[in-house]
Design a protein around this ligand. Sequence first.
Ligand SMILES: Nc1ncnc2c1ncn2[C@@H]1O[C@H](COP(=O)(O)OP(=O)(O)OP(=O)(O)O)[C@@H](O)[C@H]1O
Length: 265
Amino acid sequence: MTLTLDAPRIVTTRPLVTLRDVTKTYGDVQAVTRVSAEVFPGEVLGIVGESGSGKSTLLRMMNLEDTPDSGSYTLDLPDVQGNLFELGRFARRMLCATKIGIVYQNPHLGLLMKHSSSGNVAERLLIAGERRFSVLRDKARAALAASEFPLERLDAPPIELSGGMQQRVQLAKAIALEPALLLLDEPTTGLDVSVQALVLDTLKRLQQDRNITMVIVSHDLGVIRTLADRVMVMRRGEVVEAGLVDQIFQDPQHPYTQQLVHAKL
Ligand SMILES: Nc1ncnc2c1ncn2[C@@H]1O[C@H](COP(=O)(O)OP(=O)(O)OP(=O)(O)O)[C@@H](O)[C@H]1O
């Protein structure tokens, strides 16, 4: 009898996302200092930390909206080579439109508030080059359905929707092209607790059904615990601790992480 054992994932799988020594300053403010991280395919990485710790800045750089002072960023995808921070404006735009999706805390950053919800999602497909009306309509509808958006409200502009519904439109826009990487910046912050739980359920289901690689930023440890496999704790621009979610929450090593975890309990 031949016995075969699967090698551990960590050995067999290359990271989808690799950040190396990423540093960003704004004037005198050191927003992110030499941050390195890897995210494996199908994994959810959570980033926690108090306000001003550099979480959103890091995520914006991963969405190529902002360029660091130094450091590198690679995505292990066919046709994507080199340090993405060195790409020109057009290449960045195309890469973000086709391979990376983002949901912001503030829907005004991600949506055209007075355009229809389906139009907002179709816009993402248009940027990626789709021109056939029936494909635009069907794909937008499918993405909104997957985000558990009520389809009878397809024509409603986000400005007329609740906060939870606005986040679902952002999510639909972000996943419309089945991105390799989904970035979530405080996606449920500011929503009512019950709505927050529903949006988190949708995110969890989507992640499980589609095995999407995600990076989620939140100051809420409950959100990170619900969604993430691994967590990175940031303080004043630096990573102070990183590891599996269960390990970090049950046995935090850094005094700052201990403080965060105990404050939550
Ligand atoms: N565009 C900018 N111009 C100047 N300073 C900035 C800019 N963006 C961020 N900063 C500063 O960089 C630091 C990190 O901010 P960042 O928003 O990344 O933190 P955060 O952990 O996401 O906080 P929050 O949860 O409050 O959004 C802060 O001191 C912030 O004031």
